[in-house]
Ligand binder design. Structure first.
Ligand code: SF4
Length: 427
C-alpha cells in the first residue's frame, strides 16, 4: 500500500501534492493517507474534517497525516482528532526531512508519541522556497501547474492565506525554466504558472525580476513549450514586461484571471485592496487593446461585511464594464483571526442571494462569449476524449481524440456550456 494524497483547494496545493507524494514515498511511508487541506473558507476546513473521518472508517489501519493551510492555521484542532496521526506544516510538507521524521515517528516501537503528533513551525519565519524539480505529473496530463511563488506580503482584511502560507517568496528563474523544460520533455503540452500572489514574483530575489521577465525567460529558453498560461493575478501589480508579452507572444495564452473581489471603492478600501473600481476597468481596457480576443475572468466576493445593495450592484455591473467571461464567486466566509471578522456582518441569507445573482450574471457572460465564438478558428488542447479547451480557456465538446494534442478547430456553435467545433488540421 503506497501513499495516497487527497488535495483540497487551489492549484498550488495541486502542485504541492505531487511533491508530497514523491517525498513521502521516498521516505518509505506506506499505507498512509495525506490530507493536503485548504483554509480559504470555513466550508473548506469542514470538508477536510469530514474527509478524515470517512477515510479512517474506510481504511482503519491507514495512518492519516494532515497538512496544508488548514493544518498550518488550526494545527491543534486537527491534532485533537483521534483519526489523525500527524499534523505537518505548510513549509515542512515540501521538505524531505519532514517525511523522514514522519516515518520515524510512525516506526517508533511504542507508537507515535504525543509530542511527535504536531510538526508545524512558524510559517512567518520562512524566507525561501524549498527547491523542487518535479520530473512529471501523471503521464499525459495535458495541463500542469508550476509553482513559482508562495505566500503573500499583503493583508487583505478577509483573507486567511498569509497566515497559512507566510510571506511572499519566489523560486529563482533558472529553477523555474528547468522545471518547465522537464515537464515539456515529459510531454505536458500546457504549463500554468501558479502562486499565491503571482504579481509579487521576484521581489525577494537578487535583481528583483518581475513576472513579465520570468514569462519571457520561459518562452525564450523552452522553445518546445506550446502553451503557457498564467493563473490568477492582481491587475494593479501587472508589470510592463508582462503586458508586452501578452501583446506579442502567441504562446502566452490570451486568458487572464483577475483578483478583483468587489466593484465598489469603499468595499475595496475596507478589504485593503490596492486597486479602485476604475483601475480594474482601465486594466481590462488596456489588455484588450493589446490582445483584442483576450478572455478575462475574475474572483468576486459576495456579501463582504458592510456591503449594501448599492455597493453590491457595483460588483454586478463590473462584469459588463470589464467584459468578463469567467466569474469565480465567493460567498463571504467569516475567517477567525482576520480583521473583516470583526466588522458588521451581512446576513447569511443575503450573502447567499447575492452569490446566486453574481453566478447567474457570470453564466450569462460566459454564454455571450460562447455565442460570439461562432465561426472562429481556435487552438484546442485535448484534455480527455470528451473535452478540450481553447487558448481562451473556453471548453469545447470533443468526440474521442488524443489527450494532450493541440488541434486547430473551427467553432460551429455551443450547447450552452461548451463550444462545438468541426475538425481541422492537427499539429
Ligand atoms: S493578496 Fe490578499 S487575498 Fe490575495 S492572498 Fe494576499 S492577502 Fe489574500
Amino acid at each position: 500500500m503506497s501513499v495516497d494524497v487527497v488535495t483540497f483547494g487551489c492549484r498550488l496545493n495541486a502542485f504541492e501534492s505531487e511533491v508530497i507524494r514523491h517525498e513521502a514515498e521516498q521516505a518509505g511511508l506506506t499505507d498512509t493517507i495525506v490530507i493536503n487541506s485548504c483554509a480559504v473558507t470555513n466550508e473548506a476546513v469542514a470538508q477536510a474534517r469530514q474527509s478524515i473521518r470517512k477515510l479512517k472508517r474506510e481504511r482503519p489501519a491507514a495512518r492519516i497525516v494532515v497538512t496544508g493551510c488548514a493544518a498550518q492555521t488550526q494545527a491543534d484542532m486537527f491534532a485533537g482528532m483521534a483519526e489523525v496521526d500527524r499534523v505537518v506544516g505548510n513549509d515542512e510538507k515540501m521538505r524531505s526531512g519532514a517525511w523522514q521524521a514522519t516515518r520515524a515517528a510512525f516506526d517508533a516501537p511504542l507508537g507515535i508519541d504525543a509530542s511527535e503528533k504536531v510538526a508545524v513551525a512558524d510559517i512567518m519565519a520562512v524566507t525561501e522556497m524549498a527547491p523542487h524539480l518535479l520530473d512529471g505529473f501523471e503521464r499525459g496530463l495535458p495541463r500542469v501547474f508550476v509553482q513559482v511563488q508562495n505566500g503573500c506580503d499583503h493583508r487583505c482584511t478577509f483573507c486567511i492565506i498569509p497566515y497559512g502560507r507566510g510571506n511572499s517568496r519566489s523560486v529563482p528563474m533558472g529553477a523555474v525554466v528547468d522545471q518547465v523544460r522537464t515537464l515539456v520533455e515529459r510531454g505536458h503540452a500546457e504549463i500554468v504558472l501558479t502562486g499565491v500572489d503571482l504579481t509579487s514574483y521576484g521581489a525577494d530575489l537578487p535583481g528583483a525580476p518581475k513576472l513579465g521577465q520570468l514569462t519571457r525567460q520561459i518562452l525564450r529558453h523552452v522553445p518546445e513549450l506550446k502553451r503557457l498560461r498564467i493563473s490568477s493575478i492582481d491587475s494593479i501589480e501587472a508589470d510592463r514586461d508582462l503586458l508586452d508579452v501578452i501583446a506579442d507572444d502567441p504562446r502566452l495564452m490570451p486568458h487572464l484571471h483577475l483578483s478583483l473581489q468587489s466593484g465598489d471603492d469603499m468595499i475595496l478600501k475596507r478589504m485593503k485592496r490596492r486597486h479602485s473600481r476604475q483601475d480594474a476597468i482601465d486594466f481590462c481596457t488596456q489588455v484588450r487593446r493589446l490582445r483584442p480576443d483576450i478572455a478575462l475572468g475574475a474572483d468576486i466576493i459576495a456579501g463582504f461585511p458592510t456591503e449594501t445593495e448599492e455597493m453590491f450592484v457595483r460588483s454586478l455591473d463590473l462584469i459588463a464594464e470589464c467584459d468578463l467571461t469567467f466569474l469565480h464567486v465567493f460567498p463571504y466566509s467569516r475567517r477567525p483571526g482576520t480583521p473583516a471578522a470583526q466588522m458588521p456582518q451581512v446576513e447569511g441569507g443575503t450573502i447567499r442571494e447575492r452569490a446566486r445573482r453574481l453566478r447567474a450574471a457570470g453564466e450569462a457572460a460566459l454564454l455571450r462569449r460562447l455565442a460570439a465564438e461562432a465561426g472562429a478558428t481556435r487552438e484546442v488542447l485535448i484534455e480527455s476524449d470528451r473535452q478540450g479547451r481553447t487558448e481562451h480557456f473556453l471548453p469545447v465538446a470533443i468526440d474521442g481524440d488524443e489527450r494532450g494534442m493541440v488541434r486547430r478547430l473551427v467553432v460551429t456553435g455551443h450547447d450552452g456550456v461548451r463550444l462545438t467545433a468541426s475538425t481541422g488540421d492537427v499539429h
